[in-house]
Design a protein around this ligand. Structure first.
Ligand code: PBG
Length: 324
Protein backbone atom coordinates (compact mmCIF):
# COMPACT_ATOMS: atom_id res chain seq x y z
CA UNK A 1 0.00 0.00 0.00
CA UNK A 2 0.90 3.65 -0.48
CA UNK A 3 3.38 5.14 0.36
CA UNK A 4 5.42 1.92 -0.10
CA UNK A 5 3.79 1.10 -3.43
CA UNK A 6 4.43 3.86 -6.01
CA UNK A 7 3.77 2.73 -9.63
CA UNK A 8 5.07 6.09 -10.84
CA UNK A 9 8.64 5.02 -9.93
CA UNK A 10 8.82 2.94 -13.10
CA UNK A 11 7.40 5.71 -15.29
CA UNK A 12 10.09 8.24 -14.42
CA UNK A 13 12.27 8.09 -17.57
CA UNK A 14 11.87 6.78 -21.10
CA UNK A 15 14.55 4.14 -20.43
CA UNK A 16 12.64 2.82 -17.42
CA UNK A 17 9.36 2.88 -19.30
CA UNK A 18 10.99 1.00 -22.17
CA UNK A 19 12.29 -1.71 -19.84
CA UNK A 20 8.91 -2.47 -18.33
CA UNK A 21 6.92 -2.09 -21.54
CA UNK A 22 4.64 -5.13 -21.91
CA UNK A 23 3.81 -4.81 -25.60
CA UNK A 24 6.67 -3.94 -27.94
CA UNK A 25 5.08 -2.77 -31.17
CA UNK A 26 6.79 -4.52 -34.03
CA UNK A 27 6.29 -4.68 -37.77
CA UNK A 28 7.40 -8.33 -37.88
CA UNK A 29 3.78 -9.52 -38.08
CA UNK A 30 2.56 -6.79 -40.42
CA UNK A 31 0.73 -7.49 -43.67
CA UNK A 32 0.21 -4.61 -46.11
CA UNK A 33 -3.01 -4.80 -48.21
CA UNK A 34 -2.69 -3.89 -51.91
CA UNK A 35 -5.17 -3.52 -54.78
CA UNK A 36 -4.17 -4.68 -58.24
CA UNK A 37 -6.02 -3.62 -61.39
CA UNK A 38 -5.66 -4.37 -65.13
CA UNK A 39 -3.60 -2.33 -67.59
CA UNK A 40 -0.23 -0.69 -67.21
CA UNK A 41 0.86 2.67 -65.85
CA UNK A 42 -2.27 2.83 -63.69
CA UNK A 43 -2.03 4.32 -60.20
CA UNK A 44 -5.34 5.69 -58.92
CA UNK A 45 -5.65 6.87 -55.34
CA UNK A 46 -8.74 5.66 -53.50
CA UNK A 47 -10.55 8.85 -52.56
CA UNK A 48 -11.64 7.63 -49.12
CA UNK A 49 -8.26 6.03 -48.32
CA UNK A 50 -5.50 8.62 -48.82
CA UNK A 51 -2.17 6.94 -49.60
CA UNK A 52 -3.75 3.70 -50.86
CA UNK A 53 -3.94 3.03 -54.60
CA UNK A 54 -5.45 0.77 -57.21
CA UNK A 55 -2.42 -0.11 -59.30
CA UNK A 56 -1.56 -2.06 -62.39
CA UNK A 57 1.09 -4.76 -61.95
CA UNK A 58 4.04 -2.46 -62.89
CA UNK A 59 3.26 0.13 -60.20
CA UNK A 60 2.26 -2.59 -57.78
CA UNK A 61 5.69 -4.17 -58.15
CA UNK A 62 7.37 -0.83 -57.53
CA UNK A 63 5.47 -0.43 -54.27
CA UNK A 64 6.31 -4.03 -53.30
CA UNK A 65 10.00 -3.12 -53.51
CA UNK A 66 9.35 -0.19 -51.17
CA UNK A 67 7.43 -2.46 -48.74
CA UNK A 68 10.30 -4.96 -48.77
CA UNK A 69 12.82 -2.16 -48.18
CA UNK A 70 10.88 -1.01 -45.12
CA UNK A 71 11.18 -4.47 -43.59
CA UNK A 72 7.48 -5.31 -43.80
CA UNK A 73 7.38 -9.08 -44.26
CA UNK A 74 4.12 -9.59 -46.14
CA UNK A 75 1.50 -8.23 -48.52
CA UNK A 76 -2.08 -9.35 -49.16
CA UNK A 77 -3.46 -8.89 -52.65
CA UNK A 78 -6.94 -7.94 -53.80
CA UNK A 79 -7.84 -7.95 -57.48
CA UNK A 80 -10.01 -5.68 -59.57
CA UNK A 81 -10.79 -7.83 -62.61
CA UNK A 82 -11.10 -6.90 -66.28
CA UNK A 83 -14.72 -8.04 -66.31
CA UNK A 84 -17.24 -9.35 -63.81
CA UNK A 85 -19.86 -12.04 -64.32
CA UNK A 86 -22.49 -13.96 -62.33
CA UNK A 87 -20.05 -16.58 -61.06
CA UNK A 88 -16.92 -14.40 -60.78
CA UNK A 89 -15.06 -16.61 -63.23
CA UNK A 90 -12.06 -14.30 -63.55
CA UNK A 91 -11.19 -15.05 -59.92
CA UNK A 92 -9.62 -18.37 -60.93
CA UNK A 93 -8.16 -17.27 -64.26
CA UNK A 94 -4.46 -18.13 -64.63
CA UNK A 95 -4.05 -14.78 -66.38
CA UNK A 96 -6.10 -12.80 -63.82
CA UNK A 97 -4.66 -9.66 -62.21
CA UNK A 98 -3.83 -11.26 -58.87
CA UNK A 99 -2.18 -14.26 -60.51
CA UNK A 100 -0.03 -11.97 -62.69
CA UNK A 101 0.85 -9.82 -59.71
CA UNK A 102 2.03 -12.83 -57.68
CA UNK A 103 4.12 -14.04 -60.59
CA UNK A 104 5.70 -10.60 -60.91
CA UNK A 105 6.73 -10.62 -57.22
CA UNK A 106 8.19 -14.11 -57.63
CA UNK A 107 10.05 -13.22 -60.83
CA UNK A 108 11.53 -10.15 -59.12
CA UNK A 109 12.67 -12.46 -56.28
CA UNK A 110 11.37 -10.09 -53.63
CA UNK A 111 11.69 -11.20 -50.07
CA UNK A 112 7.97 -10.91 -49.32
CA UNK A 113 5.42 -13.39 -48.02
CA UNK A 114 2.54 -13.22 -50.50
CA UNK A 115 -0.99 -13.66 -49.20
CA UNK A 116 -4.10 -13.51 -51.35
CA UNK A 117 -7.66 -12.71 -50.38
CA UNK A 118 -9.85 -15.53 -51.65
CA UNK A 119 -13.37 -14.24 -52.29
CA UNK A 120 -15.75 -13.70 -55.17
CA UNK A 121 -17.25 -10.28 -54.37
CA UNK A 122 -14.66 -8.38 -56.42
CA UNK A 123 -15.33 -10.67 -59.40
CA UNK A 124 -19.11 -11.11 -59.42
CA UNK A 125 -21.44 -8.73 -61.27
CA UNK A 126 -23.80 -8.74 -58.25
CA UNK A 127 -20.99 -8.06 -55.73
CA UNK A 128 -21.81 -10.96 -53.39
CA UNK A 129 -19.20 -13.36 -52.04
CA UNK A 130 -20.81 -16.43 -53.59
CA UNK A 131 -23.08 -17.57 -56.39
CA UNK A 132 -26.73 -16.50 -56.29
CA UNK A 133 -29.50 -19.07 -56.33
CA UNK A 134 -33.13 -18.13 -55.67
CA UNK A 135 -32.10 -14.63 -54.68
CA UNK A 136 -29.68 -15.75 -51.96
CA UNK A 137 -25.99 -16.63 -51.71
CA UNK A 138 -25.81 -20.41 -52.14
CA UNK A 139 -23.23 -21.98 -49.82
CA UNK A 140 -22.29 -25.36 -51.26
CA UNK A 141 -22.08 -24.43 -54.97
CA UNK A 142 -19.73 -21.59 -53.98
CA UNK A 143 -17.17 -23.91 -52.37
CA UNK A 144 -15.81 -25.30 -55.64
CA UNK A 145 -15.35 -21.78 -57.04
CA UNK A 146 -13.44 -20.64 -53.95
CA UNK A 147 -11.27 -23.76 -54.05
CA UNK A 148 -10.51 -23.12 -57.73
CA UNK A 149 -9.59 -19.50 -56.96
CA UNK A 150 -7.32 -20.54 -54.08
CA UNK A 151 -5.71 -23.19 -56.28
CA UNK A 152 -4.93 -20.68 -59.02
CA UNK A 153 -3.41 -18.26 -56.49
CA UNK A 154 -1.29 -21.09 -55.07
CA UNK A 155 -0.17 -22.20 -58.52
CA UNK A 156 0.87 -18.63 -59.31
CA UNK A 157 3.09 -18.71 -56.21
CA UNK A 158 1.07 -17.48 -53.23
CA UNK A 159 2.45 -18.54 -49.84
CA UNK A 160 -0.81 -18.16 -47.95
CA UNK A 161 -4.41 -18.07 -49.18
CA UNK A 162 -6.94 -16.22 -47.05
CA UNK A 163 -10.62 -17.02 -47.64
CA UNK A 164 -12.79 -14.04 -46.63
CA UNK A 165 -16.17 -15.14 -47.96
CA UNK A 166 -17.60 -16.72 -44.76
CA UNK A 167 -19.19 -19.70 -46.53
CA UNK A 168 -19.44 -22.78 -44.29
CA UNK A 169 -16.95 -25.49 -45.18
CA UNK A 170 -14.70 -23.41 -47.40
CA UNK A 171 -11.50 -24.00 -45.44
CA UNK A 172 -11.91 -27.76 -45.76
CA UNK A 173 -12.74 -27.50 -49.46
CA UNK A 174 -9.67 -25.33 -50.12
CA UNK A 175 -7.34 -27.56 -48.05
CA UNK A 176 -8.52 -30.66 -49.92
CA UNK A 177 -8.06 -29.07 -53.34
CA UNK A 178 -4.59 -27.73 -52.53
CA UNK A 179 -3.49 -31.11 -51.17
CA UNK A 180 -4.83 -32.97 -54.20
CA UNK A 181 -2.63 -30.76 -56.36
CA UNK A 182 0.52 -31.28 -54.26
CA UNK A 183 0.27 -27.79 -52.81
CA UNK A 184 0.28 -29.08 -49.25
CA UNK A 185 2.79 -26.42 -48.17
CA UNK A 186 0.55 -23.49 -49.06
CA UNK A 187 -0.96 -22.24 -45.78
CA UNK A 188 -4.50 -21.07 -45.06
CA UNK A 189 -5.27 -17.96 -43.04
CA UNK A 190 -9.02 -18.15 -42.42
CA UNK A 191 -11.01 -14.97 -41.97
CA UNK A 192 -12.68 -17.01 -39.21
CA UNK A 193 -14.55 -14.36 -37.24
CA UNK A 194 -15.50 -11.87 -39.92
CA UNK A 195 -18.25 -9.56 -38.82
CA UNK A 196 -20.85 -7.86 -40.98
CA UNK A 197 -19.37 -4.40 -40.50
CA UNK A 198 -19.99 -0.87 -41.65
CA UNK A 199 -16.23 -0.36 -41.48
CA UNK A 200 -15.69 -2.08 -44.85
CA UNK A 201 -17.27 0.89 -46.67
CA UNK A 202 -14.10 2.46 -48.12
CA UNK A 203 -12.76 -0.97 -49.15
CA UNK A 204 -15.79 -1.52 -51.32
CA UNK A 205 -14.85 1.57 -53.31
CA UNK A 206 -11.24 0.35 -53.46
CA UNK A 207 -12.18 -3.14 -54.63
CA UNK A 208 -15.35 -2.12 -56.44
CA UNK A 209 -17.16 -4.87 -54.54
CA UNK A 210 -20.32 -3.36 -53.04
CA UNK A 211 -23.25 -5.79 -53.19
CA UNK A 212 -25.72 -4.70 -55.88
CA UNK A 213 -28.70 -5.89 -53.82
CA UNK A 214 -29.24 -6.79 -50.18
CA UNK A 215 -26.34 -7.06 -47.75
CA UNK A 216 -23.94 -9.64 -46.34
CA UNK A 217 -25.84 -10.42 -43.13
CA UNK A 218 -26.70 -13.97 -44.19
CA UNK A 219 -23.04 -14.95 -44.27
CA UNK A 220 -20.94 -12.50 -42.26
CA UNK A 221 -21.30 -12.52 -38.48
CA UNK A 222 -23.61 -10.46 -36.28
CA UNK A 223 -21.49 -7.84 -34.43
CA UNK A 224 -23.25 -8.75 -31.18
CA UNK A 225 -21.86 -12.29 -31.04
CA UNK A 226 -18.71 -13.44 -29.25
CA UNK A 227 -19.32 -17.12 -28.46
CA UNK A 228 -20.20 -17.69 -32.10
CA UNK A 229 -16.79 -16.31 -33.08
CA UNK A 230 -15.08 -18.97 -30.96
CA UNK A 231 -17.18 -21.62 -32.67
CA UNK A 232 -16.22 -20.27 -36.12
CA UNK A 233 -12.55 -20.35 -35.14
CA UNK A 234 -12.80 -23.91 -33.80
CA UNK A 235 -14.50 -25.10 -37.00
CA UNK A 236 -11.94 -23.43 -39.27
CA UNK A 237 -9.05 -24.95 -37.32
CA UNK A 238 -10.69 -28.38 -37.52
CA UNK A 239 -11.07 -27.94 -41.27
CA UNK A 240 -7.36 -27.23 -41.60
CA UNK A 241 -6.78 -23.51 -41.15
CA UNK A 242 -3.18 -22.74 -40.13
CA UNK A 243 -4.01 -19.29 -38.76
CA UNK A 244 -7.24 -17.50 -37.89
CA UNK A 245 -8.32 -13.91 -38.27
CA UNK A 246 -10.65 -11.57 -36.45
CA UNK A 247 -12.01 -8.71 -38.54
CA UNK A 248 -12.45 -5.74 -38.09
CA UNK A 249 -10.00 -5.11 -35.25
CA UNK A 250 -11.02 -2.13 -33.14
CA UNK A 251 -14.65 -2.91 -32.21
CA UNK A 252 -13.59 -6.56 -31.66
CA UNK A 253 -10.51 -6.39 -29.42
CA UNK A 254 -12.35 -8.57 -26.92
CA UNK A 255 -12.78 -11.25 -29.58
CA UNK A 256 -9.06 -11.11 -30.44
CA UNK A 257 -8.24 -11.60 -26.76
CA UNK A 258 -10.64 -14.52 -26.33
CA UNK A 259 -9.39 -16.27 -29.46
CA UNK A 260 -5.77 -15.74 -28.32
CA UNK A 261 -6.51 -17.20 -24.89
CA UNK A 262 -8.57 -20.13 -26.14
CA UNK A 263 -6.57 -21.42 -29.13
CA UNK A 264 -2.92 -22.07 -29.87
CA UNK A 265 -2.92 -21.13 -33.58
CA UNK A 266 -1.45 -17.79 -34.69
CA UNK A 267 -4.07 -15.02 -34.49
CA UNK A 268 -4.41 -12.25 -37.07
CA UNK A 269 -6.47 -9.07 -36.91
CA UNK A 270 -7.53 -6.89 -39.82
CA UNK A 271 -7.35 -3.16 -39.10
CA UNK A 272 -9.85 -2.49 -41.88
CA UNK A 273 -10.43 0.29 -44.39
CA UNK A 274 -12.98 2.26 -42.34
CA UNK A 275 -10.68 2.22 -39.31
CA UNK A 276 -7.93 3.67 -41.52
CA UNK A 277 -10.21 6.26 -43.15
CA UNK A 278 -11.48 7.55 -39.80
CA UNK A 279 -7.93 8.29 -38.68
CA UNK A 280 -6.98 9.87 -42.00
CA UNK A 281 -10.08 12.10 -42.04
CA UNK A 282 -9.56 13.29 -38.47
CA UNK A 283 -5.87 13.96 -39.14
CA UNK A 284 -6.74 15.99 -42.26
CA UNK A 285 -9.04 18.10 -40.13
CA UNK A 286 -6.29 18.65 -37.60
CA UNK A 287 -8.33 16.81 -34.97
CA UNK A 288 -5.89 13.98 -34.22
CA UNK A 289 -2.12 13.58 -34.27
CA UNK A 290 -1.49 10.84 -36.83
CA UNK A 291 1.67 9.14 -35.59
CA UNK A 292 0.54 9.11 -32.00
CA UNK A 293 -2.92 7.64 -32.61
CA UNK A 294 -1.77 5.10 -35.21
CA UNK A 295 0.94 3.75 -32.89
CA UNK A 296 -1.61 3.62 -30.07
CA UNK A 297 -4.14 1.76 -32.25
CA UNK A 298 -1.61 -0.84 -33.44
CA UNK A 299 -0.20 -1.30 -29.94
CA UNK A 300 -3.76 -1.91 -28.75
CA UNK A 301 -4.38 -4.55 -31.42
CA UNK A 302 -1.13 -6.33 -30.54
CA UNK A 303 -1.83 -6.00 -26.80
CA UNK A 304 -5.21 -7.64 -27.40
CA UNK A 305 -3.30 -10.66 -28.69
CA UNK A 306 -2.93 -10.41 -32.47
CA UNK A 307 0.55 -11.37 -33.61
CA UNK A 308 -0.32 -10.77 -37.26
CA UNK A 309 -1.88 -7.43 -38.21
CA UNK A 310 -3.20 -6.49 -41.63
CA UNK A 311 -3.02 -2.72 -41.79
CA UNK A 312 -2.99 0.09 -44.36
CA UNK A 313 -0.76 2.01 -41.91
CA UNK A 314 2.05 -0.57 -42.28
CA UNK A 315 4.47 1.56 -44.32
CA UNK A 316 4.05 4.63 -42.09
CA UNK A 317 4.58 2.62 -38.91
CA UNK A 318 7.68 0.96 -40.36
CA UNK A 319 9.13 4.42 -41.16
CA UNK A 320 8.32 5.80 -37.72
CA UNK A 321 9.79 2.83 -35.87
CA UNK A 322 12.95 3.04 -37.99
CA UNK A 323 13.50 6.68 -37.22
CA UNK A 324 12.73 6.41 -33.50
C1 PBG B 1 -13.89 -9.47 -49.38
C2 PBG B 1 -13.23 -8.62 -48.38
C3 PBG B 1 -13.70 -7.44 -47.76
C4 PBG B 1 -12.64 -6.96 -46.99
C5 PBG B 1 -11.60 -7.89 -47.10
N1 PBG B 1 -12.00 -8.90 -47.95
C6 PBG B 1 -14.96 -6.69 -47.93
C7 PBG B 1 -16.27 -7.25 -47.53
O1 PBG B 1 -16.37 -8.36 -47.00
O2 PBG B 1 -17.25 -6.58 -47.80
C8 PBG B 1 -12.64 -5.69 -46.19
C9 PBG B 1 -11.29 -5.10 -45.94
C10 PBG B 1 -11.31 -3.68 -45.49
O3 PBG B 1 -12.36 -3.06 -45.25
O4 PBG B 1 -10.21 -3.11 -45.39
N2 PBG B 1 -14.99 -10.19 -48.96
Amino acid sequence: MFPIQRPRRLRRTEALRGMVRETRLSTSGFVYPMFVCPGSGVRTEISTMPGIFQQSVDHFLEECREVEGLGIPAVILFGIPERKDESGSEAASPTGVVQRAIEAVRRAKLNLVVLTDVCLCEYTSHGHCGVIEKGDVANDPTLALLAAEALSHARAGADIVAPSDMMDGRVGAIRKTLDEHSLQDVAILAYAAKYCSGFYGPFREAADSAPQFGDRRSYQMDPANAREALREVALDLEEGADMVMVKPALPYLDIIRQVRDRFDAPVAAYNVSGEYSMVKAAVRNGWLEEQRVVLEILTGIQRAGAEIVLTYHAKDVARWLKSS
